[in-house]
Ligand binder design. Sequence first.
Ligand code: TPP
Ligand code: MG
Length: 339
Amino acid sequence: MPHMHGELLFHQFDQPSIMSELGRDRLLFALHEMLRIRQFETRAEAAYQQGHVGGFFHSYVGQEAIQTAAISALGKKHWYITSYRCHALVLLLGEKSNEMMAELFGKKTGNAKGRGGSMHMYSERMLGGFGIVGGQIPIATGAAFRNKYLGITDEIAICFFGDGAVPQGTFHESLNMASIHSIPCLYVVENNHWSMGTPLHKTMANHNHFVEKAAEAYDILYYRLDGMDFFSCYAGFKEAFQHIVKTSRPVIIECITDRFKGHSISDPALYRTKEQLKECMSKDPIGKFKIALLESKICTENEIQEIETKSREEMIQAIKFAEESPWPDISELEEGVYV
Ligand SMILES: Cc1ncc(C[n+]2csc(CCOP(=O)(O)OP(=O)(O)O)c2C)c(N)n1
Ligand SMILES: [Mg+2]
């Protein structure tokens, strides 16, 4: 049952029935996707340290289960939007890792022709990585309104943002409007407890209950999910989606998660002790997912190893592609510039 008010419990779900619903192929596909994200981030970060990548770089490592489960549960045919921490979503929506890596390298073959870099990659259904905290929330609300206006009832908009975006005015204005006009938008707070180096209790009043209370204030259904658990996320996303399609009402999901890296590549995260980091890494969503697959005899260690190798080789190839790609030509400088 979803819970709107009262005790903060994770959404209830039945792992064995989700496993049989998804079946071996889709479960292994989800594992592959999570490993691809982790490999992409790890290889790209190494390339950054070697001086091949410049500008901002925010890793999604630690949070992989959330967006992987969202796309497993909802499919790709919706409007998606997220913050600057956007590599995973672009990869999950089907963009080529070669082109994404080339984008980080600033090359002509990049996802945004080398003009956007880490924070601004796109896919046909993804309205962007967004550099302004909370800036994507009204845009998702507008995309969902567009679907409703056109009478499209089986597509919604899904908006991911961090805990740091919750105190922003954009969150509150969007929620109020989405509720009043019954806009089919799914708002997903990826609560990793930190806004850069600032802990939650310094950015959010009543921080343990803030999102839930906001949902209550705006009369929107709320779910709290374990963002380190693929199955919790899958169950919650699926139920939220069904509710939105049935009612055209918005839903808020709060995923409790942890990022394993600093806020960005230039952040050594000294505000977190080694013990705290170890504790949060012990909840690794990929490790947990692998154990679930092995314990349920969905696959063998060897099969997992093969998927790991395939993911690693793909990203090594992506680095090679990016390195060998040409730089954009100076004559293209004004292309795509409208103002
Ligand atoms: C409007 C605005 N204010 C401040 C910043 C600087 N800034 C960039 S990321 C960030 C923290 C956001 O944290 P959160 O929303 O929790 O996302 P996370 O990085 O944890 O995924 C801040 C304050 C910004 N980009 N935009
Ligand atoms: Mg955060």
